[in-house]
Design a protein around this ligand. Structure first.
Ligand SMILES: Cc1cc2nc3c(=O)[nH]c(=O)nc-3n(C[C@H](O)[C@H](O)[C@H](O)COP(=O)(O)OP(=O)(O)OC[C@H]3O[C@@H](n4cnc5c(N)ncnc54)[C@H](O)[C@@H]3O)c2cc1C
Length: 481
């Protein structure tokens, strides 16, 4: 008997473990282990849990209709998962386990523990890399070290993709039988335990069918304008496929192939090339997390930034969380996050920089708050984005670069359309006043004045980073002495 162990790859298309497990015509069974304890530990958003669980329901029914039984078992957390998987393998006389690799530290430790036990008993484990386009250990600099600068990584990534990029996968050889979905009630139970603040289906459709449809619509209708409009949050210009890519209801290979097809149309070419660049960013942060495992324990990539003395101003943190900083675009973005579970990329950068530069609050607090609300909460991309914005990471924004919330607002939401959608108390202000409402105090109701002035932020941040760097050099000198 062969086993497919599903994790963050809740689909049947472009799924090498599924295709390979079924190829021999031997009996195949599938397993998914729920880990609510792991979700709790990492503060995973209820909306994301909902997306995963609903997608799992769809997967279970699809597999059953095609002749493969899916078993869903509650393992508690990753430690519990090891016991669940090894017991399952023994009970079902499994000879071969097929799965897609996962790269963060906890996932690696879980998989190593499972492999240690099972390989000692003669079970063969077959790992694949469908979760990325370029596997994290494939690209090295001339010195044999990992790439830490995106532009250099992307050059090699393009070459690798030309040479070895994903081929169209063979279709799975489905067995001729009716399968069973065992553990449906476990998924239902987990779903009913969630407290969701809204009716999520009005905003998000889980499952691989919806993901594949969304990709099709994006590529047919929007990809041509992607380069021109992707920074304008009032437009529907980006794919909003991040949740599908991170939960694996959409294969990155499928996304890449669709964009490559779109490139054949000269009008869509530039947009498609730019979009493929974003898929490379996704791989970049995955390889960074894999190759610098200390990042998974909350460490900054730049060691000297460990000595930054962040502010602990709870009132400031609460104002940022609640979209009441007094800067309309920052507040609109935070309200978009809390009310929809998603935030536009330009605004993720803006709000993260605002928290870490204007308020000088530790990026880890923002990273966690994002995870608690994002439907697409993804450790590698979230950590990468936060460390980029806080200037503590690889290839990060230089610490002396600080986005001005007003200039970003005038540039990327010139008519204030996005602001008016989420900061409704400012909706009546004109295109000019909406960016600096404090200049119209009589028209803004209880909307707060700016929490901190923009002036002086750059100098304060520079001084703090300089102090951290000096302290680090001094400590290094003491360590040597
Ligand atoms: C502070 C911060 C936190 C972030 N947290 C997450 C997160 O938890 N999960 C997440 O998927 N992305 C995260 N991102 C990256 C990016 O903002 C989102 O991937 C993007 O906004 C999702 O929207 P989209 O699907 O429409 O993207 P599109 O513009 O359509 O891009 C296509 C795909 O490329 C990938 N991608 C795009 N930009 C990036 C990027 N900068 N880094 C890594 N992958 C990228 C995503 O998978 C995305 O779906 C974060 C960025 C920042 C600055």
């Amino acid at each position: 008997m062969r086993l497919i162990w599903f994790r963050n790859d809740l689909r049947c298309h472009s799924h090498t473990p599924l295709q390979r497990a079924l190829a021999a015509g031997e009996p195949v069974i599938a397993l998914y282990v729920l880990c609510p304890g792991q979700w709790d530990r990492h503060g995973v958003a209820p909306l994301r849990r909902w997306y995963v669980l609903e997608s799992l329901l769809e997967l279970g029914h699809t597999l059953a209709s095609r002749g493969v039984d899916l078993h869903v078992i509650d393992g508690g957390d990753f430690e519990g998962t090891v016991g669940v998987v090894t017991d399952f393998v023994r009970q079902h006389n499994i000879t071969d386990v097929f799965c897609n690799r996962e790269y963060p530290l906890n996932e690696l430790n879980r998989d190593r523990a499972v492999a240690r036990e099972l390989e000692a008993e003669g079970v063969r484990i077959h790992g694949f890399d469908d979760g990325v386009l370029v596997p994290p250990r494939s690209l090295n600099t001339g010195k044999g070290t990992p790439y830490t600068v995106f532009t250099a990584y992307k050059r090699r990534w393009d070459q690798w993709m030309e040479e070895y990029g994903p081929q169209v996968p063979e279709a799975p050889r489905w067995p001729r039988r009716r399968g069973r979905f065992v553990g449906h009630d476990t998924v239902d139970g987990a779903l009913s335990a969630l407290s969701l603040g809204q009716a999520p289906r009005a905003l998000w459709l889980p499952g691989e069918d919806a993901a594949v449809r969304r990709l099709k619509v994006f590529v047919e209708e929007h990809i041509g304008d992607y380069k021109r409009l992707r920074d304008v949050p009032a437009e529907t210009a980006t794919s909003e496929l991040s949740v599908a890519l991170s939960a694996g209801t959409l294969a990155p290979a499928e996304a890449w192939r669709a964009a490559r097809m779109a490139m054949r149309d000269p009008a869509a070419r530039e947009g498609a090339v730019t979009w493929i660049g974003e898929l490379a960013w996704r791989d970049f942060y995955r390889q960074i997390l894999h190759r610098f495992p200390a990042l998974a324990k909350g460490a900054p990539f730049r060691p000297e930034t460990r000595l930054l003395r962040w502010n602990d101003n709870e009132a400031h943190f609460a104002a940022w969380c609640n979209g009441r900083t007094g800067y309309p675009l920052v507040d609109a973005a935070m309200r978009q996050l809390v009310s929809t579970g998603w935030m536009h990329n330009r605004l993720r950068m803006l709000t993260a920089m605002f928290l870490t530069k204007h308020l000088f609050i530790d990026w880890r607090r923002g990273e966690r708050f994002f995870m608690q609300h994002l439907i697409d909460g993804d450790f590698a991309a979230n950590n990468g984005g936060w460390q980029w914005s806080a200037s503590t990471g690889t290839d990060a924004a230089p610490y002396f670069r600080v986005f001005s919330p007003v200039r970003q607002s005038r540039r990327f939401d010139p008519e204030g359309r996005f602001i008016a959608r989420y900061v409704t108390e400012l909706a009546e202000l004109d295109n000019n006043a909406i960016h600096e409402p404090w200049k119209q105090p009589l028209l803004t109701g209880d909307y707060p004045p700016p929490l901190v002035p923009h002036e002086g932020v750059k100098q304060r941040v520079e001084a703090a980073f300089r102090a951290a760097r000096d302290a680090w050099s001094q400590q290094a000198g003491e360590r040597k002495a």
